[in-house]
Design a protein around this ligand. Sequence first.
Ligand code: COA
Length: 390
Amino acid sequence: MKVGIDLISFYTPQYYLDLKTLAGERGVDPDKFTIGIGQEKMAIPPPDEDIVTMAASAAHPILEQAGREGIELLLFATESGIDHSKAAAMFLHGLLKLPTRCRAVELKQACYSATAGLQLAASMVAAQPDRKALIVGSDIARYDLRSPGEPTQGAGAVAMLVTANPSVLALDPETGLYAEDVMDFWRPNYREEALVDGKYSMRVYLTALEECWKQYTERSGRQFHDLARYCYHLPFTRMAEKAHIRLAKIAALKELTSAELETEIGDSLRYNRITGNTYSASLYEGLTSLLDHGADDLVGQRIGLFSYGSGCMGEYFSGVVQPGYRDHLFTARLRALLDGRTELTYRQYEDIFQLGFPTDGGDHAFAQYRTGPYRLAGVSQHKRLYEKVI
Ligand code: COA
């Protein structure tokens, strides 16, 4: 029996800062951001949007299409948690009106946790094929103003319905894993902004990739040429290029031409270039981008996926694209969202950045900005108040 992703939907906020604007403010050559790092725009959530509203907006089209019946597992992957105790999954469960017979929890391991969610969900469905699982990854990537990480900020959420006989991607059972306690990127509970040793994080990412790949190939017997396309965790798109060049070198003893690089990973990078890092969602944003953009029909093709979360946890796995997958994508909806976004000035970006979340326990109603179908209406007595917009 096949198990995997039946539906996948990506959502990103409707405001962005162009990195050329940021480069101008910081006195940096714009090519450093657009070529050196490989990013053009970064998504900025307005004050009435958070990880819960983004996750709900990502999941909304899936529930419209597939309904709620049979969803017995809700896993919320994030590293931008809003509460030490109550899982973001509970707020999401309420907003989406999911069945009360449901196991709902939050998962954390930096940008890796949605992959943990996907694999846990696949195990549950393999054991109980009549059940379904909804996995979301939702994050706001945030670094200090004027820090090297600043141009790699972004925001977004992915939602995936995991079922038996999936419509989009059937997962292969073999995976390669790598866990090691390192300090390459972290976000202490008393800070909203991540701390990162950027160059070190890139080295650890590549080590994790090599180790995971080795194990994946040993377990599956597959080699580099068995995979038609490759998706990577995307802290910034240039990282995927570096990773894929390294993988080709160690796995196929091959120097990739730029045409091969473009064919093998190009389509997976297109959304991330204009949203920025979406942490736990980023690998799956890449998968969505690949499936949405591919001019070639990918039916029957095997896709390699590398998930990485600083700290660090890596996993290499793969899946096969299913017949008729294009009929199950939300391509037009996402394209309309991306085409209709509002560009922010530098001043607006910094004003939103500096806006602190109220912590006084009073009643605060938030001004309404452009959001998806759900928004954060305010906070009262330390309780977040969400509402449906449409
Ligand atoms: N034109 C074209 N390329 C340029 C350029 C220009 N004018 N100026 C610089 N570059 C290139 C550099 O050569 C470099 O490329 P290389 O990596 O191939 O050598 C790249 O742009 C970045 O420049 P660098 O000086 O190394 O940037 P930085 O010190 O500002 O830091 C990051 C870049 C990516 C390390 C930083 O943004 C960061 O820490 N981001 C967060 C990383 C992260 O999220 N890690 C955790 C998860 S994996």
